[in-house]
Design a binder for this molecule. Sequence first.
Ligand code: DLL
Length: 436
Amino acid sequence: MAIRTPEIECMPRDQIKKLQDERLVAQVKRMYERVECFRKRMDEKGLTPEDIHGVDDLHLLPFSYKSDLRDYYPYGLFAEPMQNIVRVHASSGTTGKRIVVGYTQNDLDLWAECVARMMNGLGLDEKDFVQVSYGYGLFTGGLGAHGGAERIGATVIPTSSGNTALQIQTMIDFGSTALCCTPSYAMYLGEEVQRMGVKDQLKLKVAILGAEPWSEDMRLKIEEALGVKAYDIYGLSEILGPGVSGECECQCGMHVWEDHFIPEIIDPDTCEVLPIGATGELVFTTITKEGFPLIRYRTRDICTLTDEPCACGRTHIRMRKPSGRTDDMLIIRGVNVFPSQIEEVLLKVYGDAITPNYQIIVDRVNNNDTFDVNVEMSEAFFTDDVKSIEKMERTITEGLRSMLGIGAKVHLVNPKSIVRSEGKAKRVIDNRKGKM
Ligand code: DLL
């Protein structure tokens, strides 16, 4: 039942390129005929599908944006009639209307295959019990991981997110060997496992975590708390859902399945395509999707690609952990601040004494930005000695100042006082809206 596909995953790079050339040409032609928004943009640029001969011409093609999904809400960008669309998913986003995406049966098959490749690569197969604790529903996490786990023939335990005590009991009783959820929820599950003293009753080997940025330090904490190897999985609803890329056993970047998706890195301001190894905005083109294909979609994720050979033998390009999103970036007193930079400082400075639970609160008072960071102390290192707390707060403040160049007010708060998330963590509270 396992569906290992070494001939695809280890395909020589010149063959990947050839496959991409053929698929891109066909996709552009198909979309030009079927998707009004794409056709208009091509016409505006004076381009016809015949101008596109392969990946070398990708840079000529127009970008697509999240706003297109809103402008053509709900089905206006679909490239198949609705009778061929067998499922929709939607993502709430932070502002405005939801975005809606659609899948044909072939799309669902390719989605399951992408996730299954990663799971197989991590040694999971039909003997495994995969607990899917991503939310099920319009969010792609639950059903996306579910499809991959079914494809490898594993026994799927579709708990969805929430009800943490029951999640842990299920892990123990049903013998879960793999866990799929967000890293922040894995961290929370780990805390509860520790509190309940049941780590030795778990059979977990692997955790497949994604849907939000997480650091290497957080990986170590999760691995320790749950007794697993933790792997990063990336994706976005617009392109597929989880499984656009995923880590192999080497834990050194996520292989992008290039037989289905072409990644590019661009400078988000000038839109110039950057060379491999440079950091910029990740852009994806889907070359096999039928229901909801996208050309040069601006993900807003900030990332780096590498084509250095991977020790696992897979030839598909890898992406580093996204460090944040261009639209996540806070501008505080004129300085660009990403939540991931704050997490990095916190875990570097006091890795054991604090937990990766923090909250950034920004406000505007008398025309000045205020910048507060609440950081939770770990239970093991909890102290109410004011002097030691002040010393730790000072050290973190200095760490933040040297990373960001601006001062923050750091407040150490009691263990478990910051609300836990069962899905994507909410790290930032920006109260400045309307006060600018
Ligand atoms: O979060 C799909 C997903 C579900 C991926 C489960 C992995 C696991 P959206 O809700 O559309 O889809 O959000 C997509 O989440 O553009 C990134 O900003 C962020 N993201 C997803 N995976 C990662 C990751 C799902 N591994 C947005 N690391 C993306 C960092 C991630 N950020």
